[in-house]
Design a protein around this ligand. Sequence first.
Ligand SMILES: C[S@@+](CC[C@H](N)C(=O)[O-])C[C@H]1O[C@@H](n2cnc3c(N)ncnc32)[C@H](O)[C@@H]1O
Length: 231
Amino acid sequence: MRDATRQPLVWESLQAAIAGRSALDILDAGGGTGGFAVPLARLGHSVTVVDPSPDSLAGLERRAAEAGVTVTALQGDAGDLADLLPAASADLVLCHSVLEYVDDPAAALASVHTVVRPGGVVSVLAANPVATAIHRALAGNFAEAADVLRTGTWGEKDPTPRRFTGDTLAALLSKAGFTVGEVQGVRVFTDLVPSRFAEDDPDGLVELERVAITHPVLRDIATRLHLLAHR
Ligand SMILES: C[S@@+](CC[C@H](N)C(=O)[O-])C[C@H]1O[C@@H](n2cnc3c(N)ncnc32)[C@H](O)[C@@H]1O
């Protein structure tokens, strides 16, 4: 799993959202092996990861031990947060690359809402079907590109069960009771340019992505869409 440093602009957005606040209660729903949870714990926050995968939680515990921090690992489903954690107990909840896999994204976000404190923030990151359509088309898979635009998946072999447009994500968050911020497009160019260009000038690419992240046209073709929303 990616470390937060591999997603520098999502990390920057989170940092800006909690700027100047210390010792926060943070929940990473579907946090996997702790790519964000462990760096957040290193900043002094109190971090809990809820994830159904025992293997991921074991990886999280190893990563936390290597970093010399403690992260609370709870096995569970994003839809059951209300049973696992006290209501209104988190200042920040991460829900990154998880809504694609849960049984019911609306129920999962309703569950997230119960654990966010009034004034608290949820950070949602999700796969964008438009980017996948571009990638499938560039690989010559035109029918799959059309399918992913129509249905959010490109076929039976697609490992991602569903994808979301910015509008769909914003509507889901709104319906769950959140006040939704701006849609950000994460990885507009990174997955399109040849990797040798990215390796030659990584800082230039991040700077380009920083300009593209809220660009009104380009953000809609990004590999992932990121939204911050407030309770
Ligand atoms: C693509 S990984 C993302 C991990 C991490 N959030 C990240 O951004 O790197 C998807 C994660 O969602 C978890 N997951 C799958 N179904 C879930 C569910 N119903 N509730 C919570 N997490 C779930 C998986 O175990 C896995 O750790």
